[in-house]
Ligand binder design. Structure first.
Ligand SMILES: NC(=O)c1ccc[n+]([C@@H]2O[C@H](COP(=O)([O-])OP(=O)(O)OC[C@H]3O[C@@H](n4cnc5c(N)ncnc54)[C@H](OP(=O)(O)O)[C@@H]3O)[C@@H](O)[C@H]2O)c1
Length: 324
């Protein structure tokens, strides 16, 4: 048996129970990983509330780092004792240990600690694909990135600076604005006190930006479209404020033949070779020191309810760990 978080039904943070669950041996193509640290991500909230559906009862959590302690048949790239990490399905990372498909797991370089890995796999791989695959940045662009002081956000600030991109970031408080600036965000807008569309127009001399990375959803969606230059790309990659309501495609035409995509990390890492390349680039970025993974909150896994409350109340900044 191991301790793990389970939900019997969807709802508020109180539906998460810290319980004993059976674990067993890995089957073909699987490994058992003993977790040293688990990552907290906003997607965990979507699964807990039911915005993203899964059969119940269920686990939660999509990211962890630890050590392989048992290997099923047919697994070529992992051995007992390997230091590893993962981000993605199946859901169920909030646990002391778990069985995982080996194909979804990467080995960690010695230079990357368990804590750093658990804090960066999901958020860092996300920045990698957003900046290099969804809308490939070449350097020299000015971009708009919402929630710049969050987990994904602080990595994006540093990554943008590292590749020569001028990032305009939005945040919900002046303290968060300072934090984003300190991580390399060139211009920061407090969207609770400033009109971010107007500010983006001012900063870009009226031109707008070629790409907006929007993880806020409902509250920022229309404003984000208004920040784009003609033929610009709206990357709607999350819904922290609620899902984007239905809208007419004419909204894209009237603003200048805009493009829109709703990407998910799971699609970008579905092929093993893509996952390996993306992880290698993330590890290299962190090893170079250009991106530092800023772990700003840690909770015992048993206090996961409080962690979710703080995340949803916008009290967290940077990355957050749950320690089993
Ligand atoms: N599609 C993908 O592949 C993918 C992958 C990873 C993450 N994501 C998305 O990226 C976003 C960031 O994820 P994260 O784990 O790093 O979380 P996070 O940014 O650390 O936390 C969410 C932030 O969103 C902002 N926010 C704005 N309106 C909010 C509201 N009504 N309720 C709560 N928060 C609100 C808050 O920052 P302010 O106070 O500064 O507004 C809050 O701190 C999430 O939307 C997540 O779903 C998507």
């Amino acid at each position: 048996m191991v301790k793990a978080v389970r939900i019997q039904h969807t709802g508020g943070p109180e539906v998460m129970e810290y319980v004993d669950v059976p674990i067993g041996e890995p089957g073909p193509g699987e490994v058992r990983v003993r977790h040293h640290a688990c990552g907290l991500n906003y997607i965990d909230v979507y699964f807990r509330t039911g915005l993203y559906a899964q059969p119940l009862p269920a686990g939660l959590g999509m990211e962890a780092a630890g050590v392989v302690e048992a290997v099923g048949s047919g697994v070529g790239h992992l051995r007992v004792g390997d230091r590893v990490a993962y981000a993605g399905r199946p859901v169920g990372a909030y646990a002391e240990a778990r069985i995982m498909p080996a194909d979804n797991i990467v080995r960690l370089p010695d230079s990357i600690s368990f804590d750093t890995a658990a804090a960066m796999m999901l958020q860092g791989l996300t920045v990698q694909y957003l900046f290099h695959r969804t809308f490939p940045l070449r350097g020299g662009e000015t971009i708009l990135f919402h929630a710049a002081a969050g987990g994904v956000g602080l990595i994006a600030c540093q990554w943008a600076r590292a590749i020569g991109v001028t990032m305009i970031g939005t945040v919900g408080s002046d303290a968060k604005a300072e934090l984003a600036k300190a991580h390399g965000c060139a211009h920061v807008i407090n969207y609770n006190t400033e009109n971010f569309v107007q500010r983006v127009r001012e900063i870009t001399g009226g031109k707008g930006v070629p790409v907006v990375y929007d993880s806020i959803g409902r509250d920022t969606f229309t404003g984000s479209l208004d920040c784009l230059s003609p033929m610009g790309m709206m990357v709607s990659f999350g819904s922290a404020s609620g899902p984007v309501p239905a809208f007419s495609l004419n909204e894209l035409a009237s603003r200048g033949s805009l493009f829109i995509t709703r990407p998910s990390l799971m699609n970008y890492t579905a092929k093993r070779e893509d996952l390996e390349q993306m992880a290698a680039q993330l590890f290299a970025m962190v090893e170079s020191g250009k991106v530092k993974i800023d772990i700003r909150q840690r909770y015992p896994l048993s206090e996961v309810q409080q962690a979710h409350r703080d995340l949803e109340a916008r009290k967290t900044t940077g990355s957050t760990l749950l320690i089993p």
